[in-house]
Design a protein around this ligand. Structure first.
Ligand SMILES: Cc1ncc(COP(=O)(O)O)c(C=O)c1O
Length: 369
């Protein structure tokens, strides 16, 4: 927490707006809109934002929706909520995000069978934007609308433009592990006010105007609590600091491993400014000396929690049988990739301890000065 969050949350109690409406929600949406330059709708999760966003793009039963295979399951689940089927696509090595050339080939193939996807979920992985220019150009050429899943990338930019401003709709997450948090929460953003208004309407059980509880459309209970929105206002004030802190951790690890063979950081593309939401590295066992899994075990024994890179969706039992274009790069990143402790509150001594234990795991002697 940055310090002012509790004050805003207390205000919700003082005014007795302990509800899913109230001044904190209005203020959080206004502050977020100002920061991102789009209309914003507070929701109770990033997943809800993706669900509503896909429905806004007209996704429905029997549609197909493109989605990168290397992502967290929440990018793909909402496709199924709507009765549609995900089609997965491989990553490129430059950004670990959706491969623009593969997207073009896949869309060509789909166009030839007259079955273009209804939408593309475009993920900004681990805080780094995808290759927006070629991807958006291709999607526009084939008339496929883009929903940007910027859950992990609040504060990132691509060619100086903010993550979350590239699709017709974008989703952010304020889950407890994200760059800023409301404990749980999300935001749907769009340049189109009518889309944002419709999302807000669906998120509040799609209650028609008027005093009667009349409903013409199906809705959801997806609104954020006014108490949690107070946390969000405070967190937004420290967003830039949090990004700086995460980037500093990634840089410290990278410098610490500069003389270690066989461990390389997730690349940051020249056009991209990543939030480094998580500090991710790839292990080349032949040079590093031990495998990614052995490294994770050694870290665990030293009391350090690490995680593998996301398991690709096309390897998940849940999506067995789904079509996938490529997939070998995502599989390789999953099998060799490791996410090291990345919390913005991680003390420098703990970061150094992680560096020390990684070096020890591959048999390097660690000298203390
Ligand atoms: C890429 C991605 N998409 C979507 C989500 C879903 O966000 P939430 O947990 O707020 O529902 C997350 C994180 O949890 C995520 O990492």
């Amino acid at each position: 927490m940055g310090g002012s969050e509790q004050g805003y949350a207390n205000e919700a109690f003082r005014l007795n707006w302990v509800s899913t409406v109230g001044p904190n929600i209005d203020a959080f949406e206004a502050a977020f809109s100002q920061r991102i330059g789009l209309h914003s709708v507070c929701l109770d999760s990033g997943t809800a934002a993706i669900h509503l966003g896909l429905r806004l793009l007209g996704v429905g039963p029997d549609d197909e929706v493109f989605c990168p295979t290397l992502t967290f399951v929440a990018s793909a689940n909402p496709i199924r909520y709507l009765g549609a089927e995900p089609i997965f696509l491989d990553s490129e090595r430059r950004t670990w995000n959706l491969d623009p050339d593969l997207l073009r080939r896949a869309l060509r193939k789909k166009a030839a069978t007259n079955r273009l996807p209804k939408a593309l979920v475009l993920v900004d992985l681990y805080g780094q934007c995808a290759e927006m220019d070629p991807i958006l150009e291709t999607a526009a050429e084939f008339g496929v609308p883009v929903l940007e899943d910027a859950a992990e990338a609040l504060g990132a930019t691509y060619k100086r433009r903010a993550a979350g401003t590239f699709g017709r709709i974008a989703a952010f997450s304020f889950n407890g592990n994200k760059i800023i948090t409301t404990s749980g929460g999300g935001m749907l953003v769009s340049a189109d006010k009518a889309l944002a208004d419709k999302a807000r309407f669906w998120a509040t059980q799609a209650r028609d105007p008027g005093i009667a509880y009349e409903h013409s459309e199906m809705g959801y209970n997806y609104r954020m609590s006014n108490v949690l929105a107070g946390i969000g206002i405070g967190q937004l004030e420290v967003l830039d600091l949090r990004v700086e802190q995460r980037r500093a951790i990634a840089a410290r690890y990278a410098a610490g491993f500069a003389d270690v063979p066989g461990i390389e950081p997730m690349p940051e593309a020249p056009d991209a400014f990543s939030t480094k939401w998580l500090s991710c590295f790839l292990i080349r066992e032949a040079e590093f000396g031990v495998s990614r899994d052995e490294l994770m075990r050694a870290l665990n024994e030293a009391g350090i929690e690490s995680r593998p890179v996301w398991k690709p969706m096309h390897l998940q039992p849940l999506f067995a049988g789904c079509e996938c274009f490529g997939g070998d790069i995502a599989r390789d990143l999953f099998e060799r990739g490791i996410c090291l402790p990345s919390s913005s509150s991680l003390p420098v001594e703990d970061q150094d301890y992680v560096i020390e234990r990684v070096k020890a795991a591959c048999g390097m002697t660690v000298t203390h000065v």
